[in-house]
Structures are given as structure tokens and as C-alpha cells.
Design a protein around this ligand. Structure first.
Ligand SMILES: [Zn+2]
Ligand SMILES: [Zn+2]
Length: 484
């Protein structure tokens, strides 16, 4: 066990310096990445933030992934081929190594290398998601851990189901097949595709206001798909490989549904924004949405078909062009941002690697592409640190001054309050904010601080349009005049 002084220090150690959800330790990390921002690479910042809470953790991750350096890790995230012996001989080895990266004492933060020979880290029997070096640490941690134990149990199931999904997608990507348009199936498993529900909505779009109604509408299609996945050989292989008891079918179905909401949260949140801001999607030539501060979370494993659901939300639309802009946009993500007119009813996705205000100067001010109808930033995180705020400021001011309808999303209520305050201070005219009806339902654990309340991607939204200054000026003048 770690010395007392160290324990106390770490117990108090605030993770406020760290982004809410840190770079996850998965092999190919498709998990929503914390803060996408237009400045210096946020992926890098996130990775090294792990050290704030658990010293030595970033090195452990690299070691378990058979990688020599962070640069190599980033290279793989960007879709490159690592130089050293990245990869695993079999599924068992992969799951074991991955699980190893979660092994540190949730209470005293000791890593396996810091334990005396007679000790091993053991997981909490209820959630199977956090580890302790001994019963004393577990007992001391329980008052804190009990608040999240049940939710972390879901996280643990989702993590395992998702690894396989990711692995299959990653393999496919490597073969270079998935960029083809029109692919609507998700290769969760080698022995069968997990088909995303597709095709026009059978209900009136106004009726589908959130996940409840969405799931009711897609029920028949989903039931078949989920049953097929549960019966697949791959699902059996998965649980044999992780050497854990296979959860009940209902638990697994719940997990698959949560992962589904995680995939579809982004396109449906865009749709929610378009709807809430009353944006006309019947524009000849199509409507344009910019996703600002996009990182590889939005681009690495994203395939064109993933955004089809946005199209189905607006029957009769004349085309959507979604442009992902950010310094962490995955290499090789479609770079075409041409202004060509869209076919009615199609959804086109492309990416631009760079800062948004540069993109604006080069592409929009020069008239190469149209002004956006909506700008969305998923988890910009400018509330989290002065550095991030500085990076976001030019973009926020630009969006405000050009009066572009803008929506941002955040992970938690706390972040909502902090972000609102910043936007108010910047004199943006906030038109709406609240809980997002299409938030991801998959709980996200704060990796290096598992006892923090799990958060959900795009849990809340804020919309703003232009500046509130003019109003203030007028009010001010009225005041002044009144006095005279
Ligand atoms: Zn401990
Ligand atoms: Zn637990």
C-alpha cells in the first residue's frame, strides 16, 4: 500500500485540471474523446492529464499497448501503421492487456508495479470495474464508490461489447472498404453485421422527440437485429475471451442499445439543433452544417452511412453537407469540401484539418463554400481551462459576430452552468439550453478517477445566435436618455 501521505494527497487530489472524460485507453480509442477544440491537439492534452490523478498511468497504457511512445499511439489513432510490435496474438491477450490498463487502486492510486510482491489488485465484486490493492483500501473507498458502483457496472459491460465492435470497424477501415458510400451495416462481430436501423422514419418526425419515441418507432427492426447479435458466435467468443460470466440477454441488449445511442447521438443532435433553431432544410443545393473542433472521435471511425439518420429526420430535405473542422480530424478523412450542389435527399460528410477561423478565412470568406446554416461543437470544453478558452475564443467571437446559429454540447450539468456563464460574458445571445433529448445513453467513466459520477456525451446543449450587445446598448441608451 502507498504511504499515508501519498494516500491523503491523492484522496484530495482534484481532477478539475483534467478534462471531464480523458483519453480512453482502448486500443483504437473510438470512445468519445473529451474536449475537441480548434487549438493544439486536445488528444495529447487529454492523454497526459491521466498523470494528474494516477502518476505512471500513461506509461502503463503505452506499455500494455506495446507502444514505445505517445507519438506512436497518436499515429495509430490517426489511422497510421505503428512502427513497433503493436497488436495482439489473440482476443484473450488483447482483452487482458486492455483490462490491465484499468488496474490501479481506485483509493490510493497504486499501480501494480507499486505493490509489494504478495499483493495483487482485485476488482470490486459488484461492478467489476474498479480495483483495490487490499480490503482496507476498498473499505475506505466504499462511501465514495457506492454512489457510482451500479452505474459503473453498465460501463464495464459496454466496454467489453464495444471493444469488439471497434476492433471489427478498425480492421475494416484498414482494408479501406468502409469509406464507400451507402454502407449501412456495423460490423460489430466477425460472424455477422450489426445492422444500424435504416430507411425512412415510419412515424411523423414531430412525434419523435427523443430516444423513447425513436426506439418505439424502430422497435421491430431493432428486435430482429439485437436478437441476431445475441445469438451470434461472436458474442459467445467475446465472453469466452474476456473470461467473465456472460451477462443476461436483457443486460446485453441494454448495452447494445446504449452503444447504438452513442453512435446516433451526433447525427440526431444535429437534427435536434436544426429543428430547434428553425433552420430551413429545403434550401436548393442543400444545407451546410459545420462540426467545429472535430477530433478523431467524430472522424476516425465515422462512415457516411452513420449520418443517414439525420436525413430520415427531415423527409423531403434537399441535401445535407456536414463538414468536420478541427486539428484532430483523422488523417485520410474525406477532404473534399467542394461547393458542388448536393443531390436532394443525400447526406455528404467531409473533413478539414485545421483551425476553424483559418478555415473560415480560406474557404468561406473567399466564397469557395457557403456560409453554414448551423455550427455545432460537441464538447468544446472551453470552460475547463484558460488554454482551451484561449483556443476557442476566435471561433466563438467569429460565430457570434457573423450571427451563425450555433449549438454546443456538454457532458454534465456542472459544465452547462460553467459554459453558459462564459457565453453570457462574451455577450452571445443565448436562445435555448437544456437537456439534450438525443444525448448518448452510454455512461462514460472518468478513466483515471473512476469514482467520479459517470457522464454522458452531449447530455446538455446550449444554442446561441449573434450578440446580446445590441440589446444591451439600446437598454443602456434608454437608461441614459431617461436620466437626462
Ligand atoms: Zn490501495
Ligand atoms: Zn463497484
Amino acid at each position: 500500500m502507498a504511504p499515508r501521505s501519498r494516500r491523503r494527497r491523492h484522496k484530495k487530489s482534484p481532477s478539475s485540471v483534467a478534462p471531464v472524460v480523458e483519453t480512453p485507453p482502448t486500443v483504437v480509442a473510438p470512445v468519445p474523446l473529451n474536449l475537441a477544440k480548434p487549438g493544439p491537439s486536445i488528444d495529447t492534452l487529454g492523454f497526459f492529464c491521466l498523470e494528474n490523478n494516477v502518476p505512471g498511468l500513461s506509461q502503463l497504457i503505452l506499455q500494455k499497448l506495446n507502444m514505445k511512445s505517445y507519438e506512436e499511439y497518436k499515429l495509430v489513432l490517426d489511422g497510421g501503421t505503428p512502427v513497433s510490435g503493436f497488436g495482439y496474438r489473440c482476443l484473450e491477450e488483447m482483452f487482458q492487456k486492455m483490462e490491465d490498463t484499468f488496474q490501479f487502486c481506485a483509493y490510493c492510486k497504486a499501480l501494480p508495479s507499486g505493490l509489494s510482491d504478495s499483493k495483487v489488485l482485485r476488482h470490486c465484486k459488484r461492478c467489476r470495474n474498479v480495483y483495490y490493492c487490499d480490503p482496507e483500501c476498498q473499505r475506505s473507498d466504499w462511501p465514495t464508490h457506492r454512489k457510482v458502483c451500479q452505474e459503473l457496472r453498465l460501463v464495464a459491460v459496454d466496454r467489453r461489447v464495444m471493444v469488439l465492435e471497434t476492433l471489427m470497424l478498425f480492421k475494416k477501415k484498414k482494408k479501406g472498404t468502409e469509406w464507400d458510400r451507402g454502407i449501412t451495416s456495423y460490423s460489430f462481430f466477425p460472424a455477422g453485421d450489426f445492422v444500424l436501423p435504416s430507411g425512412p422514419w415510419s412515424w411523423l418526425t414531430e412525434v419523435v422527440q427523443g430516444w423513447d419515441t425513436w426506439f418505439s418507432m424502430r422497435r421491430l427492426q431493432l428486435d430482429d437485429t439485437l436478437d441476431a447479435v445475441l445469438e451470434s458466435q461472436a458474442m459467445t467468443t467475446l465472453w469466452a475471451s474476456v473470461r467473465r460470466p456472460r451477462p443476461d440477454p436483457d443486460v446485453l441488449k441494454g448495452s447494445l442499445k446504449r452503444l447504438l445511442t452513442d453512435v446516433l447521438s451526433r447525427p440526431l443532435t444535429l437534427g435536434f439543433g436544426l429543428r430547434a433553431l428553425g433552420i430551413n432544410v429545403g434550401k436548393v443545393g442543400g444545407s451546410t452544417v459545420h462540426v467545429v473542433g472535430a477530433s478523431h472521435a467524430e472522424t476516425f471511425l465515422t462512415r457516411p452511412g452513420d449520418y443517414d439518420e439525420l436525413g430520415y429526420m427531415f423527409p423531403g430535405h434537399l441535401g445535407f453537407h456536414i463538414i468536420m473542422v478541427g486539428v484532430d480530424v483523422a488523417a485520410g478523412f474525406s477532404q473534399s469540401t467542394s461547393a458542388s450542389l448536393l443531390e436532394p435527399g443525400t447526406v455528404q460528410i467531409s473533413g478539414h484539418r485545421g483551425l476553424y477561423h483559418d478555415f473560415w478565412e480560406e474557404q468561406i470568406e473567399t466564397g469557395q463554400i457557403a456560409h453554414p446554416d448551423l455550427v455545432v461543437a460537441f464538447h468544446p470544453g472551453f470552460h475547463a481551462s484558460p488554454d482551451l478558452m484561449e483556443a476557442w475564443l476566435p471561433t466563438l467571437l467569429l460565430l457570434r459576430d457573423y450571427e451563425i446559429p450555433t449549438m454546443i454540447t456538454v457532458y454534465s450539468h456542472q459544465e452547462l452552468a460553467a459554459s453558459l456563464q462564459i457565453l453570457v460574458d462574451l455577450d452571445t445571445h443565448i436562445t435555448a439550453y437544456g437537456a439534450n433529448p438525443f444525448a448518448s445513453l452510454k455512461p462514460e467513466q472518468v478513466y483515471s478517477n473512476p469514482n467520479k459520477q459517470p457522464v454522458y456525451c452531449s447530455a446538455y446543449y446550449i444554442m446561441f445566435l449573434g450578440s446580446s450587445c445590441q440589446l444591451d446598448k439600446r437598454q443602456l441608451e434608454e437608461k441614459v436618455n431617461g436620466r437626462v
